[in-house]
Design a protein around this ligand. Structure first.
Ligand SMILES: C[S@@+](CC[C@H](N)C(=O)[O-])C[C@H]1O[C@@H](n2cnc3c(N)ncnc32)[C@H](O)[C@@H]1O
Length: 233
């Protein structure tokens, strides 16, 4: 058996909460100044924190990208939409699916949601979620298992911000969202038009210009949309 590399040993030592506090900045989200998140900056050195994905071979495991370290355009547009129309979430139980930083769930609670479950499968993302919720003084319940593998939780509304960024992820999301619809749960999707967006299943509700990930602090604003996910026609 190979000795663990120095890089692997360092990853095992790092506590994600301490790392995020020490190396990321609590900053207003460019398109949502009312929400502050721990966001990456050029000196964050996120590679030191990246998790092994379990598929280890001789060259060591591939790290998972730190999706949670950025406000993605799909989540940002969904958060903006909800904050401007609080009646969509007021008094409701909400699932923030693929929560990442927790941006969408935080917006839902600020807009008056009764409760938010944030579903996220990345260990570092869970730490970021907790810190970001604490910074916004909101209480978010965390689901750290793959929620798409089972029946929908007891919620009234699912908010899916930017979850169609990869084929395998999108392929898990669609059947889960179908089960949500079958259970009478409404589903809203925020997305800037990623490759794996199931366009035939979406009904456009609104469009905004928001910065996307990139450029360490947000790229140029680009169109991003909010959709209702609808049953197969
Ligand atoms: C592109 S990021 C978007 C994060 C956030 N919603 C936003 O808009 O800023 C997608 C997130 O979905 C998470 N994810 C992927 N598959 C998931 C699953 N089956 N259950 C929960 N989260 C998942 C990833 O770990 C990642 O943090």
């Amino acid at each position: 058996m190979n000795e663990p590399s120095e890089a692997m040993r360092e990853r095992e030592r790092l506590d994600p909460v301490e790392f995020i506090r020490a190396n990321m900045r609590l900053t207003p989200v460019p398109s949502l100044p009312e929400i502050r998140l721990y966001l990456a900056h050029p000196g964050s050195g996120l590679r030191r924190l990246l998790e092994p994905d379990g598929d280890s071979d001789e060259s060591g495991p591939e790290p998972q990208p730190p999706y949670w370290a950025y406000a993605w355009a799909g989540g940002a547009v969904l958060a903006r939409y909800i904050l401007e129309r609080p009646s969509i979430v007021a008094g409701k139980r909400v699932l923030d699916l693929g929560a990442g930083s927790g941006l969408v769930g935080i917006a839902a609670l600020k807009a008056g949601a009764r409760a938010v479950i944030a579903a996220e499968i990345d260990r570092n993302g869970l730490a970021a979620l907790r810190l970001n919720a604490e910074a916004s003084e909101v209480a978010i319940q965390i689901c750290d298992e793959d929620v798409t593998a089972g029946p929908p939780p007891a919620v009234d509304l699912v908010l899916a911000g930017d979850v169609f960024y990869a084929q395998d992820v999108g392929q898990r999301m669609v059947p889960f969202l179908d089960r949500c619809l079958a259970d009478g749960i409404d589903v809203l999707v925020g997305d800037p038009g990623r490759a794996w967006l199931p366009r035939s299943r979406l009904s456009l509700l609104g469009e905004y210009q928001v910065p996307d990930v990139g450029g360490n602090g947000g790229g140029e604003p680009k169109p991003s949309a909010v959709f209702a996910f609808v049953a197969e026609g």
